[in-house]
Design a protein around this ligand. Structure first.
Ligand code: ADP
Ligand code: MG
Length: 592
């Protein structure tokens, strides 16, 4: 049967409507306007950009720059769609400006009340234009310095349906702050200021990249990072990544730039995950500021109107290049403990307030040696006139070992050791975890697989059909890490053996986790890397638990093992395995 519906005659969309439609893509919220305008300022060669917002940007976003300005003949054109001064070469792959699509100004002007004041160095005075919901006023002369000021008021007032999607002022302000931070990081040559409702939020004078990163990320970040630098065949990766001992629960503080353009690439946090897999616990995220540069012809930035996604011609190569760059730096920093932790230790070792000292019931429990007399000496007397002296065993005299000689165990959790010039406190569980994990790795590299252990009773695991297929595709890898698993039905697996190494409580959770990760990370991350990451988080089940009493010999054995184990400064969860307090700091604490 023929449809009764008759379509109307085809007509070209009214340009105003076209702009509003485009605005739907480019301008999702005030922060997006801020981005477009600040990028325009930088494209115009500005060295100073002042940003003001009111009501989280919902009432006003104002950007003032000292860039080149727009000549009076071009002002009207700037607000026309697809009008740009940035594609003179006509080559989409030779772009060295942030903008190039000529969409931002007309889109913004179509949904708000916009005013622009601009002046070039050739002009005697500035010009002003206002555009109200897409309708522009006549140009009028105005007094202003060289550069451009744009004021955007009442965002989305012309498109009430979109207005409803704006979040409260605090949220929108947060987005604006984040956005400016991202842009500022890649443009340290520009002085940025940011005010919200007349409060000063940022004032970042121009300077080196290092200075800018510290301004944006804070000094603590700068002190807890390692530099990344990898250059090869026209590709370069440069920046700072956090020490594994300094991580976050969210992946927010990861800034990746491709040819100086901040990108929100889904795979980026995946790249960092792989690079940190040995040293960071699942659920923790490194911080990073990374600049990746490559030939413009190798990358397409024109994937989305907001230009925050990119497509690489050779994404496989790019991935491994990025991973390698970050990994190398992490390896170079293996034995660096985060300075913040050292400060924490120092902070923790404050001298006791004398009043408190006498009031406190000091629970003095000498555990220096297993064989100490059980009688408790008076705490003060013990210091003045020791009633006993630790008897050093022969080997304990030589304390040139990097991890020193074990002196005591406290709280059944920490080992206290001494080297020639420092006191060490070692987390026995964390340290052993690292040792077990590195052992796993050396077995792996020697035999290319891990030993497995048969289960007394096979374990049946229900999966979706898709997951089952995914499992089958990766079955050989599971076998490599020590599983023996058969596909029982289209939705069931049966596990016969599990890896000795990780002492799984049950394989079900492990397999579900791994398959979920396969799906999230997609192509580019090798499946075996995912498996390793998971194994590392399970290796701890095989470690000396906190709470286990150790003899001195056991403690010393652990210390010697740590010395011969790579990456022993942190456990495979990225926590430090030991802290160190050198003799000098100790003396300083006592004001000696
Ligand atoms: P695009 O940045 O993609 O070219 P826009 O709509 O953002 O498109 O801007 C249109 C044009 O207006 C730009 O190409 C540029 O010539 C001019 N322009 C916009 N903002 C500024 C500014 N702050 N200073 C100088 N020129 C500007
Ligand atoms: Mg632009």
């Amino acid at each position: 049967m023929m449809s009764q519906k008759q379509l109307q005659k085809i007509e070209k969309l009214d340009p105003h409507l076209v702009n509003q439609i485009a605005a739907g893509e480019v301008i999702e919220r005030p922060a997006a306007i801020l981005k477009e305008l600040v990028e325009n300022s930088i494209d115009a060669g500005a060295l100073r950009v002042d940003v003001d917002v009111e009501d989280g940007g919902r009432a006003l976003i104002a950007i003032r720059d000292n860039g080149c300005g727009i000549s009076v003949d071009d002002i009207a054109l700037a607000f026309e769609r697809h009008a740009t001064s940035k594609l003179s070469t006509g080559d989409l792959f030779a772009i060295n400006t942030f903008g190039f699509r000529g969409e931002a100004l007309p889109s913004i002007a179509s949904i708000s009340r916009t005013q622009m004041i601009t002046r070039t160095s050739a002009d005697e005075h500035a010009w002003k234009i206002t555009i109200d919901g897409g309708k522009s006023s006549l140009l009028a002369p105005h007094q202003a310095a060289i550069g451009t000021t744009l004021e955007v008021r009442d965002i989305f007032y012309a498109t009430p349906a979109r207005l409803k999607f704006l979040k409260n002022a605090t949220t929108e302000l947060g987005h604006c702050k984040d956005m400016l931070a991202r842009i500022a990081m890649a443009n340290p040559h520009v002085h940025f200021t940011f005010k919200a409702d007349n409060r000063n939020i940022y004032d970042w004078p121009s300077g080196s990249l290092t200075t800018r990163i510290a301004q944006v990320m804070g000094n603590e970040f700068s002190q807890n990072t390692v530099p990344v630098l990898l250059e090869r065949e026209g590709y370069s990766l440069e920046g700072l990544v956090s020490l594994p001992t300094y991580s976050r629960s969210q992946a927010n503080d990861q800034y990746i730039y491709v040819n100086n353009r901040w990108v929100r690439d889904r795979n980026v946090s995946g790249i960092l995950r792989v690079a940190y897999q040995d040293v960071l616990m699942t659920g923790r995220h490194p911080m990073a500021v990374l600049f990746f540069n490559l030939d413009g012809r190798e990358v397409d930035v024109n994937v989305h109107p907001a230009k925050t996604e990119v497509r690489f011609r050779d994404s496989g190569f790019v991935r491994s290049f990025l991973i390698q760059g970050v990994k190398q730096s992490l390896q170079a920093s293996q034995h660096t403990a985060s300075p913040s932790i050292g400060n924490l230790v120092l902070g923790a070792f404050t001298s006791p307030n004398l009043k408190n000292f006498t009031n406190t019931n000091i629970n003095y429990k000498p555990i220096l040696r297993d064989s100490y007399p059980s009688a408790k000496p008076h705490p003060i007397a013990a210091f003045i006139q020791p009633t006993y002296a630790p008897v050093l065993e022969q080997e304990e005299v030589a304390i040139d070992y990097p991890m020193g000689i074990a002196k005591a165990q406290v709280f059944e959790t920490f080992i206290v050791a001494q080297t020639n010039d420092a006191l060490l406190v070692i987390d026995q569980h964390a340290a052993h975890e690292r040792i077990v994990y590195e052992e796993l790795k050396s077995q792996w590299s020697a035999q290319g697989k891990l030993p497995s252990q048969p289960l007394l009773q096979p374990e049946y695991i229900e999966l979706s059909e898709n997951d089952c297929v995914l499992f089958e595709q990766n079955q050989p890898l599971f076998e490599q890490i020590g599983f023996v698993i058969d596909v029982y039905s289209s939705k069931t697996l049966v596990v016969h053996s599990t890896p000795i190494a990780c002492h799984l409580q049950g394989s079900k959770e492990f397999i579900h986790d791994v398959l979920a990760d396969f799906k999230v990370l997609g192509e580019g991350v090798s499946a075996i890397e995912v498996l390793w990451e998971k194994l590392s988080s399970h290796a701890c089940h095989n470690s000396i638990r906190a709470g286990k009493t150790l003899s001195l010999a056991e403690m010393n054995a652990l210390l010697r093992q740590m010395e011969s184990t790579p990456k022993s400064a942190m456990c495979n969860h990225g926590r430090p395995t030991f802290v160190k307090l050198d003799k000098k700091s100790l003396e300083k604490l006592f004001e000696r």
